[in-house]
Ligand binder design. Structure first.
Ligand code: 6R9
Length: 658
């Protein structure tokens, strides 16, 4: 904990509530009329939460029904649908083929260089069965962990579902992570097999993966095999006896594999959260509850009509968003999805919009960081493409600034589409707080209300719910089906991290506020909250105020030690494409703009105009690194950064460092 000097007032126990936003968007009438979920769901869940989740569980195929919906006799260790048995891969694949929709497209896959593949549910059944048979041949048994380090190609999905099918928990590691990061994860979960590719395409060039695997597993005895998909055709080093080509082993397998039912609480996967300083945490998800909530939320929040919608989560499968809303959610609902391998600006900055037009995408789900990047690139780029197929837009990963929400709704959604701002975490497994598109009047920047069946609240320092208009800590009060079950191999850390801050409440680590209507606004990680002259101010609100200036595309704000105010606000700002940077005058304008919107307390001490911001692969701004820059320290761990050269660019902008 860094020392904070406060010379005025005492710190407030709750977050200051600065930003006011009055724009409202009603659900489109036709959407509301035909919506999958109506307001009755809130009443139903409020009347009997467990019966509500049982009903959603019945949307899946169970080989054996559960006898207990929830066992919470040993909190915080939950068991859902105890006694029930099901197979996640069967639910995602076979049952659709058996229901006669095998020729429906599961994925329109789009490679970055422009190659494409169409994968139907029947194709998926064959490919997943072959991959499952191959894993069995390689000696993978139920319960063994399999690491997956892949580009965004269909084999990544085949591999995940093959694991689920045979009951071998997968752990997918971002293709962008280093050999060290991969090694830590393989060691922590004791994986026996690693599935990878020679490489994948990013920014117009093949980017190698296999060398990182070779380096990561050097000297680790428990990795018996590396299964390698040929994607780019680049040269790879080969260890005989250990390395095997996917096309040699998988292609010759039988297309038949009977999916064995697993216990509802059988581990489905371990996903590591990118720990910033400490060792990454292996978040464990199990089968029945996870699939229940992921499947229902995908149907409810996106109002999915599987016969007609084309759904696209534009995110990486290595992020939990990819697990839940590229793989398990859409497939369990029999959806047709788009899957795209590469970066949004390859070969040109309209690639996403060209893709929306090409496949007539009707539902798009992405992160605010992408939206702000498109704002920076300019309105004229999406305007060149036919986006009229879109009927619903979603956002995930960070608070969406009101201005980015409005930009998204207008420039991408043609002012027709609702925008669902979905709050959730790797730990929660599925969406927890979100508008329902046929019910909720959207407010730009607000995630609105906990979904039916979810008991969440905002509490003060003492764990007491804050009144409307107040701010504090986001907590979940009752167990939910897709909650993490523990941290892999570390029950103590699970209890300490999530269940110790407030007695009996799950502490998410996020700050939030309730507006006068009782709707929820997320304000970022509590670690990022600034203490300025005794006021707790969220970085999110100051960033949103900056982004509400039409010259700004993106902003990151941090607190830097200040002799007078304890902490002072330092902002890093990316300008919109058309903005002319006239130096001091622009900085003065932006400082005044913030003061006008939020009050003088929130006026940044310094504003730096920068070309890029440091981000994780899921697009979250790494404020910790910006704090290091603002306080003129050497940088902490940069291994989870997308692009580490960004920090050098930023450092040159700091007056003290140059
Ligand atoms: C799904 C995902 C979780 C953290 C979470 C919060 C932030 C995610 C958000 C949001 C505001 C939203 N977050 N969605 N903040 N509004 N709609 O992102 O999982 O990578 O584990 O991150 O992301 O801070 O605690 P994960």
């Amino acid at each position: 904990m860094e020392e904070r000097v406060v010379t005025q007032e005492t710190p407030h126990e709750t977050l200051s509530n600065l930003l006011q936003e009055s724009r409202r968007f009603a659900p489109p009438a036709d959407l509301a009329e035909a919506a999958n979920v109506t307001s009755a769901a809130y009443e139903e869940a409020a009347a009997d939460r467990l019966a509500f989740w049982e009903k959603q569980a019945r949307r899946l195929h169970w080989n054996t029904e559960w006898d207990t919906v929830l066992d919470w006799s040993n909190p915080p260790f939950a068991k859902w649908f105890v006694g029930g048995k099901l197979n996640a891969a069967y639910n995602c694949v076979d049952r659709h083929v058996e229901a006669g929709i095998g020729d429906r497209v599961a994925y329109h896959w789009e490679g970055e260089p422009g190659d494409t593949r169409t994968i139907t549910y029947a194709d998926l059944q064959r490919e997943v069965s072959k991959a499952a048979n191959a894993l069995l041949e390689l000696g993978v048994q139920k319960g063994d962990r399999v690491a997956i380090y892949m580009p965004m190609i269909p084999e990544t999905v085949f591999a995940m579902l093959a694991c689920a099918r045979i009951g071998a928990p997968h752990t997918v590691v971002f293709g962008g992570f280093s050999a060290d990061a991969l090694r830590g994860r393989i060691e922590d979960c004791d994986a026996h097999v690693v599935i990878t590719a020679d490489g994948g395409y990013r920014r117009g060039a093949p980017s190698a993966l296999k060398p990182n695997v070779d380096e990561a597993i050097e000297g680790i005895d428990h990795v018996r095999n590396v299964l390698v998909v040929r994607r780019t055709g680049q040269d790879v080093a080969w260890t005989e006896g250990r390395d095997v080509w996917w096309h040699d082993v998988v292609d010759r397998q039988s297309e038949e594999h009977e999916a064995e039912p697993h216990d509802a609480e059988h581990p489905l996967y371990v996903m590591y959260t990118s720990g910033t300083t400490a060792k990454p945490k292996g978040i464990l998800h199990t089968t029945g509850g996870y699939l229940t909530q992921v499947s229902w939320t995908h149907n409810a929040v996106f109002d999915l009509k599987p016969e007609t919608d084309v759904y696209w989560t534009a995110a990486d499968i290595g992020w939990v968003t990819g697990h839940s809303y590229i793989v398990y959610g859409p497939l369990s609902n029999g959806a047709t999805s788009v899957m795209y391998e590469g970066t949004p600006d390859t070969p040109h900055k309209g690639r996403w919009w060209e893709t929306v037009a090409k496949y007539k995408v009707s539902i798009l789900y992405c992160a605010p960081t992408a939206i702000r990047t498109f704002m920076k690139w300019g309105d004229d780029i999406p305007a060149q493409h036919d986006l009229s197929s879109l009927r619903l837009l979603g956002s995930v990963g960070e608070p969406i600034n009101p201005e980015a929400y409005v930009w998204y709704r207008h420039n991408i959604g043609g002012d027709r589409t609702p925008v669902v701002d979905t709050w959730w975490q790797t730990e929660t497994g599925a969406i927890m707080i979100s508008p329902l598109p046929g019910v909720t009047h959207g407010k730009p920047g607000a995630a609105m209300r906990p979904l039916p069946g979810i008991e969440a609240d905002i509490v003060d320092d003492q764990g007491t719910p804050v009144p409307n208009g107040g701010g504090g800590f986001l907590v979940v009060k009752e167990p939910w089906p897709s909650m993490l079950r523990t941290i892999w191999g570390d029950d103590e850390r699970y209890i300490k991290t999530y269940w110790s801050r407030f007695d009996g409440l799950y502490f998410a680590g996020d700050g939030a506020k309730k507006d006068d209507d009782g709707d929820f606004w997320l304000l970022g990680r509590v670690d990022d909250v600034m203490l300025v002259s005794g006021h707790n101010i969220s970085t999110t609100e100051v960033e949103s105020a900056l982004v509400s200036n039409s010259k700004v595309a993106e902003a990151a704000v941090v607190g830097s030690t200040d002799p007078v105010t304890g902490q002072a606000i330092v902002a890093f700002v990316i300008l919109r494409g058309e903005t002319v940077d006239n130096g001091e005058a622009l900085v003065a304008e932006l400082r005044d703009h913030v003061a006008k919107h939020l009050g003088p307390i929130a006026k940044p001490r310094q504003i730096m105009i920068v070309p890029e911001l440091p981000k994780t692969r899921s697009g979250k701004i790494m404020r910790r690194l910006l704090r290091d820059v603002a306080e003129n320290r050497s940088l902490g761990d940069v291994t989870t950064l997308t692009d580490s050269t960004v920090m050098d660019l930023i450092k040159t902008k700091m007056p003290s460092a140059s």
